[in-house]
Design a protein around this ligand. Sequence first.
Ligand code: ARG
Length: 459
Amino acid sequence: MALWGGRFKEAASAQFKKFNDSLPVDYRMAVQDIVGSMAWAEALSQVGVLSQQELQDLHKALNELKDSVEQDPKQILTSDAEDIHSWVEGKLIEATGDLGKKLHTGRSRNDQVATDLKLWCKETGGELLLALVNLQQAMTELAEREKDTVLPGYTHLQRAQPVTFGHWCLAYVEMFNRDIGRLKDALYRADTSPLGSGALAGTAYPIDRENLAQNLGFRCATLNSLDAVSDRDHVIELLSTASISMMHMSRFAEDLIFYNSGEAGFVEMSDLVSSGSSLMPQKKNPDACELIRGKAGRVVGSLSGMLVTMKALPLAYNKDMQEDKEGLFDALDTWLEVMQMAVLVADGLKVNRSRTLAAAQQGYSNATELADYLVGKDIPFREAHHIVGEAVLAAIDAGHALEDFTLAQLQEFSDKIENDVYQYLSIESCLDKREALGGTSRVQVQKALENVQGENGTL
Ligand code: ARG
């Protein structure tokens, strides 16, 4: 039975009912709705609407319902209730008769749904945080394993300067660190209780809303009833956090897809996360990474969808807001699954160290070193840059690396060049010179690793 039949002469059309019902989506908030209802019952008992006995009876029935829902959440889907709030209330009335009909005193589905969703976000936020930390851990372990592996670093997808594979891993650790910070921030702001805001104007019962908020595990109660029932910033902030993090993971996937290509051959993905071709027997495709990259689009889509849904809604509640959950649930499910998949990818990654080293040695990625060498010999950098540009051009013509020139040949570009130049041109020297904070030198990578390991220890 609908919660609102009295004012109507006719039943809604089946087509409208299907259109309007949100149970197939919001059934996932069953536990939160029950927990919220228990706290509301207690608040009602404190203001004398329910007796102690009634409160106990309601709590008993709600607890039983919670156990049953935890065991079999899909049972809800067999009901034709309008939404999860109607379902819980219906079940309660089934179990307690007229007593169950008292629970909705002073409450609206508007403050109820806002509360349920925030409780759900808080709980899911914990899982997401853990997944981010796990992913960070996996990337840190990979960084530790590959801290000495030389990798060509790119700008414009052109080989630029050598870095270490560990340094590449730690770049993603930094991004995931910011994602963790963003998620914590979003969860902090979401941590306020709308319950007791009524439909829009506040509740007519003298409920201690602060106390109610504490009972539900919220940091505090919301301060304006109009805002409380119509605020979906938490949904948007979580979607935005998810989108940014998915963007990071998409770049991670994209880097690996390129490293895994036949042309680069820097890494091989584990069989556990690859698939083959139905036609071409030789193929081993990086599907896990491609799907990570692809799913990022869907998550960003949910963010834009929600921003557009909210942007012209008048205060306070409007049914448009019911559309918030489908995108949010899908985006957060996707984000979680992607993080777990990225861990599998990172754990099973094989790095072909000789290929990465060979690639770093080609492509003149030590040209900056030669310029810096000339600067050390008192040639202004801009001039040094030009001299080395000419040397690179000549080396390309000759079809070899800069260090393959004889000393006499190098001296044709600048008579300041001496025999010590060769040690400057080595990959080792390129790496080790990047010693300032945040650089790719082994010392810095080691420090960065120790920092992250220390931080993770305190998470
Ligand atoms: N199913 C609704 C939602 O998810 C619950 C709130 C309905 N409130 C109302 N006044 N119709 O937003």
